[in-house]
Design a protein around this ligand. Structure first.
Ligand SMILES: Cc1cc2nc3c(=O)[nH]c(=O)nc-3n(C[C@H](O)[C@H](O)[C@H](O)COP(=O)(O)OP(=O)(O)OC[C@H]3O[C@@H](n4cnc5c(N)ncnc54)[C@H](O)[C@@H]3O)c2cc1C
Length: 406
């Protein structure tokens, strides 16, 4: 039996603590907040999209950073096991669109409560309002932790599950990166990911609140397309957000320093030729009207003044005076509305942290450090991130499981 300390009472830490205690260890879970799972509570808009019911290839396919590292973790503790465990712990789950898994109650608090019950059942000692300051090491192995204000705690093994940098109000303030560096680990550059973008100019603020379904967003880095996705997006006072936009940010982080530009295809179901014919038909129906009064069937009302301006065609121009060349330019614009990126929003608004403890220095079968014996890492503190859909929490469960079991 080992004395085990788990630092961080989020998804990964609670899982690690439960699994380690199941293995017969004496486990103390330290959490600096006044309660466990503060970030879990806000996941999935308060409903907690706790995993994804797709097959393992699908899970892997949605991991953006260091996918291969996760093979062992995803096979050792699968999404199906997570769903079974949740049911077994008294929190029934359901599968929704896109294989997203939620508690039947639609309450993230029920996921947290189920895990708290299991922590009690496994006799894990939970210490709240307890902040770890430093990881203690002796002769190349860990010996415990130093606490803020109240001395040290001895242990044979320590699991760092302190999360990332995103939504720091939940307690994820990046402490684990400092612990890792002190232990001799490399920490890969940290960037907010799954986060909205700031866009140059006033187009977005003028469209603020407008949500577009069934559009296609392409992201270019120095002119080269690096991302394309069909779905829903939203204009905000600072730029753009919504599912297909925030996913783009996970890929954009690899192109730091390059010029980033979105092109939004407002009519992805139509080829440029088909759209031109469609516009021609609308123009014929409005032949004696002014240009500004000819786009009502094609575009949401709020968008018309912006498109008029970007098209360069005078808005008062009679439709029958619009040249073929002008119409062609309008068609091209609707297939690719350009939006120049000035940056992403910060960690405060990011769903996940890109970067973190370099996985090359972690054993993927046990989550143990290759630098310090008895030191383990789990969850977002590692340089792992995935797209939305329950994949990030599955990373926390699977890596937490391996750290706990070992
Ligand atoms: C708004 C939002 C919605 C999300 N929705 C989803 C979703 O629906 N599905 C999904 O899969 N993912 C979602 N995510 C991502 C998901 O929440 C994270 O991937 C996951 O919580 C990471 O788990 P973790 O245990 O590694 O870290 P965290 O959950 O961040 O837990 C880390 C814990 O460590 C504690 N801690 C930190 N430093 C110390 C210290 N020095 N001493 C003691 N304790 C410390 C923190 O207080 C915190 O409780 C969402 C994220 C956000 C921000």
């Amino acid at each position: 039996m080992s004395q085990v300390i788990v630092v961080g009472g989020g998804a990964a830490g609670m899982m690690a603590a439960i699994c380690s205690a199941k293995e017969g260890n004496q486990v103390v879970l330290l959490e600096k907040n006044e309660k466990l799972g503060k970030k879990l509570f806000i996941t999935g808009k308060g409903r907690c999209n706790l995993t994804n019911a797709g097959d393992i290839e699908d899970l892997m396919g949605h991991v953006v950073t260091n996918r291969e590292f996760l093979y062992s973790a995803f096979y050792s503790f699968t999404n199906e096991q997570m769903m079974e465990w949740m049911e077994h712990w008294g929190c029934p789950v359901k599968v929704e669109r896109g294989n997203r898994v939620f508690p039947v109650s639609d309450k993230s608090s029920d996921v947290i409560r189920a895990m708290e019950r299991e922590l009690r059942r496994q006799k894990v000692t939970v210490e709240l309002n307890t902040e770890v300051r430093r990881i203690l090491t002796e002769g190349g192995r860990t010996s415990g932790v130093e606490l803020k204000g109240s001395g040290t705690l001895k242990a044979d093994k320590v699991v760092i599950a302190t999360g990332g940098m995103s939504y720091p109000s939940t307690g994820s303030t990046g402490d684990g990166y400092g612990f890792a560096k002190k232990a001799g680990h490399k920490v890969m550059h940290l960037d907010p990911a799954l986060v909205p973008f700031n866009i140059d100019g006033t187009v977005c603020s003028r469209l603020q609140g407008l949500s577009l379904k069934n559009v296609e967003a392409s992201l270019y880095a120095d002119g080269k397309r690096i991302y394309k996705e069909f779905g829903e997006m939203l204009f905000t006072h600072f730029g753009i957000s919504g599912p297909i936009i925030i996913s783009a940010s996970s890929y954009a982080v690899r192109y730091r320093g390059k010029q980033l530009k979105f092109c939004i295809d407002l009519k992805p179901a139509l080829s440029e030729e088909q759209l031109d014919q469609r516009i021609l038909k609308d123009f014929q129906e409005n032949i004696n009207k002014e240009f500004k009064n000819s786009l009502g069937k094609l575009l949401p009302k709020k968008m018309i003044p912006v498109i008029l301006e970007l098209s360069g065609i005078p808005e008062e121009k009679k439709v029958h005076e619009i040249t073929k060349n002008e119409r062609r330019k309008l068609t091209a614009l609707l297939k690719a509305v350009p939006l120049i990126v000035t940056g992403t929003r910060g960690f405060k608004e990011a769903i996940i942290t890109h970067g973190g403890v370099d996985v090359k220095e972690i054993n993927p079968s046990t989550m143990e450090s290759r630098k310090v014996r008895g030191l383990y890492f789990a969850g977002e503190v590692l340089d792992l991130d995935a797209l939305t859909g329950g994949y990030n929490l599955q990373i926390a469960w699977s890596t937490g499981y391996l750290a706990g079991m070992n």
